[in-house]
Design a binder for this molecule. Structure first.
Ligand code: FAD
Length: 353
């Protein structure tokens, strides 16, 4: 049955959900204050399942990769694939113990198809990797800014409406299911909040714990570097073409000011100097605020008191990896299907004693 669904926030979370819902035949209105410093517009867009200092396999790694393929593989979404770049990620070893660990892991069936060991240095003239490294294979990055713009266009093309304005909470009458807009009242059957870190101001979910985490990125140029992969050595270096690279990022908890900082730039350059053997120059810097959570899991669920009110948030450092999966779960629930949301990613965890 066709429903009127309003979505507040059009980053990766709200936009992928909005697209799924219009494709399922619903009437979607997506409110998005399109600030250029929103996390989804700043993000480097990496989708990588081996992350962190210890190179741990991500939560639900194989499932999340499959969800990306399935989402962008749908007939209506295929044109979005032009914004995705499937390239391996290379993590040079910094200690012999890392080499030993990965020799073991590369033979472990749990890592089959995910990694390939490089026992000898690669690209020796350009990067420090004297001990070799590990290639992470089914990964890549997305131009999230272009991807979002295109997703909004598709939502419009399939009959939805994107309102490029902020929606203040006082204009939402949750119990009457009405949004007051300048052009009159907009009734809804269901409403979904996807405001990223700005959910800290959401009055309808007072127990929610979203931790704003600021990140900075640099756009650099390195004329003598020809990276055919994403380099990941304390910072990542993503090849954009024409000797330009995106390098980052930094992590600063509880910061809500998306202003590039000199300290963040110095930190990224410090690690770049340790990773690269060639000169580079910084062309630009940008910053955004990630919506993270205490257990580093997304938040997907329905309000305990109002079953027509939902939330999709907490994508943290992995918006590209998590948004296709989380938006599917919520779209199916909104469509009336019985969906099992992993408890560690559920909204209920904020209300359980
Ligand atoms: C420097 C940096 C690097 C990153 N790199 C990566 C990476 O490589 N890979 C990866 O997967 N992730 C990365 N991320 C994380 C990723 O950006 C986030 O996980 C993801 O973008 C969060 O998406 P979201 O839609 O939940 O929130 P957001 O992107 O914050 O989107 C929320 C949207 O809602 C709008 N909004 C909020 N309140 C309202 C309102 N009341 N009315 C209307 N609109 C509203 C905002 O303006 C915004 O457009 C990075 C983030 C940063 C900052």
């Amino acid at each position: 049955m066709k429903q009127h669904i309003s979505i507040v926030g059009g980053g990766l979370a709200g936009s992928f959900l909005g697209l799924r819902l219009v494709l399922a035949g619903h009437a979607v209105t997506l409110f998005d204050e399109q600030v250029s410093s929103s996390a989804s517009r700043v993000a480097a867009g990496l989708f990588n399942v081996i992350t962190g200092r210890y190179g741990a396999k991500s939560w639900q790694a194989e499932l999340l990769l499959e969800e990306i393929r399935a989402f962008f593989g749908q007939e209506a979404c295929r044109e979005l694939q032009q914004h995705l770049h499937y390239v391996p990620i290379y993590r040079p070893f910094r200690q012999v113990s890392e080499y030993n660990k990965w020799v073991g892991r590369s033979a472990d069936p749990a890592y089959a198809g995910l990694v390939r060991l490089a026992e000898r240095p690669v690209l020796e003239g350009g990067i420090h990797n004297e001990l070799g490294g590990i290639f992470i294979l089914p990964c890549g990055w997305a131009d999230t800014r272009a991807l979002l713009k295109h997703t909004h266009q598709l939502i419009g093309q399939y009959g939805g409406r994107v309102v490029p304005e902020p929606l203040t909470y006082s204009r939402i009458s949750i119990e009457k299911k009405i949004i007051e807009t300048d052009s009159g009242n907009l009734p809804f059957d269901q409403i979904v909040f996807c405001e990223g870190y700005q959910a800290i101001n959401n009055p309808f979910f007072p127990g929610l714990k979203v931790i704003p985490n600021k990140g900075d990125l640099l756009l650099i140029e390195a004329e003598t570097l020809n990276l055919p992969f994403v380099l990941s050595r304390k910072v990542f270096v993503i090849p954009l073409g024409e000797h330009r690279y995106l390098a980052g990022s930094t992590y600063e908890n509880d910061c809500t000011e998306a202003k590039p900082s000199a300290a963040a730039r110095a930190e990224i350059c410090y690690y770049l100097d340790a990773a690269l053997k060639v000169p580079y120059r910084v062309l630009d810097q940008r910053a955004g605020i990630r919506p993270t959570t205490p257990n580093r899991r997304p938040i997907v669920g329905t309000h305990p008191q109002w079953p027509w009110v939902h939330l999709l948030n907490g994508l943290g450092t992995k918006g590209m990896l998590l948004a296709p999966y989380c938006s599917r779960l919520l779209a199916q629930r909104i469509g009336g299907q019985a969906v099992s949301i992993p408890p560690e990613a559920g909204l209920d965890r904020f209300w359980q004693k």
